[in-house]
Design a protein around this ligand. Structure first.
Ligand SMILES: C[S@@+](CC[C@H](N)C(=O)[O-])C[C@H]1O[C@@H](n2cnc3c(N)ncnc32)[C@H](O)[C@@H]1O
Length: 299
């Protein structure tokens, strides 16, 4: 790959996914482009680059950014967020949601599904204590192939050996020819959808917990600020934001503070941001209540 081709492709990838490819990643990109050249019938990277620059090559540009991204994930990654989910987040949120008995969780860069399924397993493990509650787990990623694998819920021996205790493997997975298949009831607990973090996410609604782990580290500061602002707008005032253990909101958002236990990568709103979010929610509820009253009066 020529240096100018790398610069052009790198620019496209950044615009599509926010992924800031370092100058040392030229060989990696070249290797990942090979299957795409074949799929699209381009004889060389020069042809591919020209095709990707065409104004209407939306699909090709999206495929390029997807090919450059990293889908590394494993079950119960870093452990602490999953312990904190059970020991602190759920009890605190459930105490305040006695009337709705509903908790919404978003895994915003879910890759091949290990993270949302780890949460679903945690919930399933406490079925009896959580009777009468519903947990909605929505898992999104911008790579359709990764989501397809997640939907199938079939993992190799290597994948199940990373992070998944044997007791949970035998309880929630079935050995099949291709590997290990997750139980259908666990699969049904997670809804998968395509979503790019650079795009508007309001239609997904409000969440009590957002996991967005091990993706912000690939983004530059400006993109990271925009993504965090979008996530903040979708988080309940008393909700939790969970990033990767090496990721932080510091320098990219004034809305978040570490949780009182100061676990790496786990945040809640600062008191000021929480008050602002509560006021915003109240305004939205009041305006929809007065709309309904006016509508009822007009009939
Ligand atoms: C390293 S994986 C992390 C998976 C999982 N959250 C974990 O921590 O194990 C990063 C994921 O972010 C996704 N990703 C990267 N850029 C994205 C974007 N702009 N929108 C949505 N997903 C993105 C990648 O496709 C990949 O699946």
């Amino acid at each position: 790959m020529k240096a100018h081709e790398f610069l052009l492709l790198r620019r496209i990838i950044k615009d599509q996914s926010g992924f800031n490819l370092g100058p040392d990643k030229q060989d990696m990109l070249e290797a990942r482009l090979r299957p795409l050249l074949k799929d699209y019938g381009h004889p060389s990277i020069a042809h591919f680059t020209l095709a990707a620059l065409k104004p209407d090559a939306y699909r090709l540009r999206a495929r390029l950014a997807q090919a450059a991204s990293i889908q590394e994930s494993y079950f119960f990654r870093d452990k602490v967020p999953f312990h904190y989910f059970i020991d602190a987040m759920l009890p605190r949120l459930m105490a305040r949601r006695q009337s709705s008995r509903h908790v919404r969780i978003w895994c915003a860069a879910a890759a091949t599904g290990q993270e949302p399924y780890s949460l679903a397993i945690e919930v399933a493990e406490r079925e009896a204590q959580l009777q009468g509650w519903t947990f909605e787990i929505i898992a999104t990623d911008f790579v359709e192939e990764a989501l397809e694998k997640a939907r199938q819920g079939v993992y190799s021996q290597f994948e199940v050996q990373r992070g998944l205790p044997v007791s949970l493997l035998v309880k929630y997975f079935k050995k099949i020819e291709k590997g290990w298949e997750i139980r259908a009831d666990i699969r049904r607990r997670v809804a998968f959808a395509t979503h790019n973090l650079l795009h508007d996410c309001r239609e997904l609604g409000r969440f009590d917990i957002i996991f967005c782990r091990n993706v912000l580290l690939y983004l530059d500061d400006e993109v990271k600020r925009a993504v965090l602002a979008r996530l903040a707008a979708q988080l309940a005032p008393d909700g939790y934001l969970v990033l990767g253990a090496a990721e932080t909101t510091t320098g990219a958002s004034l809305d978040f503070a570490p949780v009182p236990e100061r676990h790496h990568g786990i945040f809640c709103f600062t008191p000021a941001a929480r008050a602002r979010e509560e006021a915003r929610r109240l305004r939205a509820e009041t305006s929809s209540a007065s709309f309904l009253q006016a509508y009822a009066a007009s009939r």
